[in-house]
Ligand binder design. Structure first.
Ligand code: NAP
Length: 342
């Protein structure tokens, strides 16, 4: 029988989406303590744009060529030596940061989370980076309490939508900034929309918000911090606006460092920067626990993540262009089984 071939999405040089290529590659072999999976779904995220542009601290040491792919849902098709507790055919998930935009990839068995049967792999993929980030921002970083007044910046985005859905389940009062055209989605998700192109969110709630979540960093988080009430908390977690404005990595790292200085001169307001990788390194059990909790919420129908589109390998570069252009209302997911268009 013919060996299945591997296909990978590779960065051949840092920069724009033209630096990506889809190439044939040898099938990887599971090493000791690893499994090989046939990839069923792998997310495409704004964070991939940062990695591709060489603006992502965790992947700074990688040099092209390397394979893109932050998260993965797959079916085990090979077990390496020393792997116990998993069988061929088991469905598993992991957050790989790079390496999973492929038809097959190898994963460390001790980092896997089991995927319950019957779930849609594309919907599961949306939960790994975007929804786990949202869940941990709410429950691990901010430790929100029912009834708190919370502002979500970039609320129509992948993490933003998850923050609204999970925030509503936690009984929060929610506001979300988004472009005007996305107001109906924000309302549908239970929040009050704020049009970031026309309205000033610092004037929406005169007393200030209990918590602001900001993955955008418009003006280096200044106005998000100003929108807090006395004793309020800013949870910063991204800097999309800095990337769009082609700011240097050092500038964005300085915005993050400044958050920790503001605490001292702010009359009781606080700020922190959340990173899913730092939290996973410190608390690996939390990552698996929180992802399993999200799988349960998906299985019971309590949450329904929005998949904007399932795409095939030949649409990946275009998907990166769409991520950078903005305007998406949900997540793009690479599904290797999809046949190329046309
Ligand atoms: N620290 C972590 O662990 C972690 C984890 C996940 C993600 N992130 C980061 O978090 C950020 C968001 O990720 P994502 O996956 O949710 O990205 P996304 O899907 O691209 O969503 C970002 C959203 O922000 C909106 N936006 C752009 N400029 C805005 C502004 N000035 N005010 C309000 N909204 C604005 C965009 O809307 P338009 O359609 O109007 O452009 C888009 O809906 C990225 O920078 C990502 O790298 C960090």
């Amino acid at each position: 029988m013919k060996e299945p071939r591997n296909l990978i999405v590779q960065v051949k040089h840092f920069g724009g989406p033209e630096g990506l290529e889809v190439v044939d590659a040898p099938l990887p072999t599971a090493g000791r303590g690893e499994v090989r999976v046939r990839v069923l779904a792998s997310g495409l995220e704004y964070t991939d744009v940062l990695i591709r542009r060489h603006l992502y601290p965790q992947t700074m040491r990688h040099r092209p060529p390397f394979v893109m792919g932050y998260d993965v849902v797959g079916e085990i098709d090979q077990l390496g030596d020393g792997v116990t507790g998993f069988d061929l055919g088991d469905r598993v998930a992991d957050m790989t940061v790079i390496g999973s935009n492929a038809a097959y990839c190898t994963l460390r068995a001790d980092r896997l989370t089991r995927v319950p049967p019957g779930l849609d792999p594309a919907e599961v993929a949306t939960l790994i980076l975007s929804w786990t980030t949202a869940y941990q921002l709410l429950h691990r970083a901010a430790r929100v309490q029912q009834g708190e007044r919370v502002l979500v910046q970039g609320a129509a985005g992948a993490v933003g939508q998850a923050l609204l859905v999970l925030g509503r389940l936690a009984g929060l009062q929610l506001w979300g900034t988004a472009r005007g055209a996305h107001a109906p989605v924000i309302r549908e998700l239970g929040a009050t929309p704020i049009d970031y192109q026309r309205e000033d969110f610092t004037h929406v709630l005169p007393g200030g918000f209990d918590v602001v979540f900001d993955g955008i960093a418009e003006d280096g988080y200044r106005r998000s911090f100003a929108a807090l009430k006395h004793g309020g908390l800013l949870c910063a977690y991204g800097y999309s606006a800095g990337v769009q404005a082609q700011r240097r990595m050092l500038t964005m790292l300085m915005w993050i460092a400044r958050l920790y200085l503001w605490r001292w001169f702010s009359g009781g307001r606080r700020a922190l920067f959340y990173s899913i990788n730092v939290m996973r390194a410190r608390h690996p059990a939390w990552f698996r626990e929180d992802l399993q909790r999200l799988f349960e919420l998906l299985a019971t129908g309590a949450v329904r993540p929005r998949v904007a589109e399932r795409i095939s390998f030949d649409e990946v570069a275009e998907a990166h262009r769409r991520l950078e252009a903005g305007g998406l209302q949900g997540k793009l997911v690479l599904c290797p089984d999809l046949k190329p268009q046309g």
